[in-house]
Design a protein around this ligand. Structure first.
Ligand code: DX5
Ligand code: ZN
Length: 222
């Protein structure tokens, strides 16, 4: 297996204190975060509701870190240009919501934004096989999307290994991201399975010392 070139930690602000978002982002930035993961939920594709383009725009003004925007919504087509204008650096859409995935990925990339595609735990990797050469990022969900603080689904480790293999065998320039249930205790095994980007919400934002937690994660992922 080709080792990933650079591994990144992406705190998910879903578990941050929304009343003090700028402070929370400053704290994880100071603690060594590589990017900020933003979970957009529409109360329809997932049973929860979070934030929209105005908040992404507000966050953009308070950080220089890349904004990794994860769209958990039924109709990303209708809002993609708003999330681009708001200052997203990465936009990731769920294959389950995109009948015209190729067109969606092209429209994101045409605007100079990195395009990602993501799969729910029960969605097979074969559903992204044909688009792999077009995307910048492949996000594997290791929980059912909708909430922070859930447990990592153990069988996803094997799916992650297969995703790594699929990317390497094709020589695709795709970053492999994992999202859900990632904490200090399991991040080493997840790194060994081949992830490049580690999203972590509750394990970071519910810890007392963000820097200590992120440093421990970084040591574990090598
Ligand atoms: C879940 C979200 C995740 C979530 C992860 O639907 O996509 O990004 O914030 O939270 P933790 O790390 O607490 O599982
Ligand atoms: Zn997410």
């Amino acid at each position: 297996m080709t080792p990933p070139k650079s591994r990144k930690i992406a705190p998910s602000i879903l578990s941050a204190d929304f009343a003090h978002l700028a402070d929370e982002i400053a704290r994880v930035t100071e603690a060594g975060a590589d990017m900020i993961h933003v979970d957009v939920m529409d109360g329809h594709f997932v049973p929860n509701f979070t934030i929209g383009p105005p908040i992404v725009k507000a966050i953009r003004k308070v950080t220089r870190l890349p904004l990794d925007v994860h769209l958990m919504m039924t109709n990303p087509d209708d809002f993609i240009s708003d999330f681009i204008k708001a200052g997203s650096n990465y936009i990731t859409v769920h294959v389950e919501t995109c009948p015209h995935l190729h067109r969606m990925i092209q429209s994101i990339k045409e605007e100079g934004v990195k395009a990602g595609v993501t799969l729910n735990p029960a969605t097979p990797l074969s559903s992204v096989e044909e688009i792999l050469g077009e995307v910048d990022l492949l996000l594997i969900m290791s929980v059912n999307p909708g909430f922070g603080g859930q447990s990592f689904i153990p069988s996803i480790l094997e799916k992650l290994r297969r995703a790594r293999k699929m990317i390497d065998e094709r020589g695709a320039k795709v970053e492999l991201e994992i999202d859900g249930g990632i904490k200090v205790e399991n991040v080493a095994a997840i790194a060994q399975a081949g992830a490049d980007i580690f999203v972590s919400g509750s394990a970071i934002f519910q810890s007392k010392d963000y820097k200590d937690t992120i440093q421990k994660m970084r040591t574990a992922i090598g």
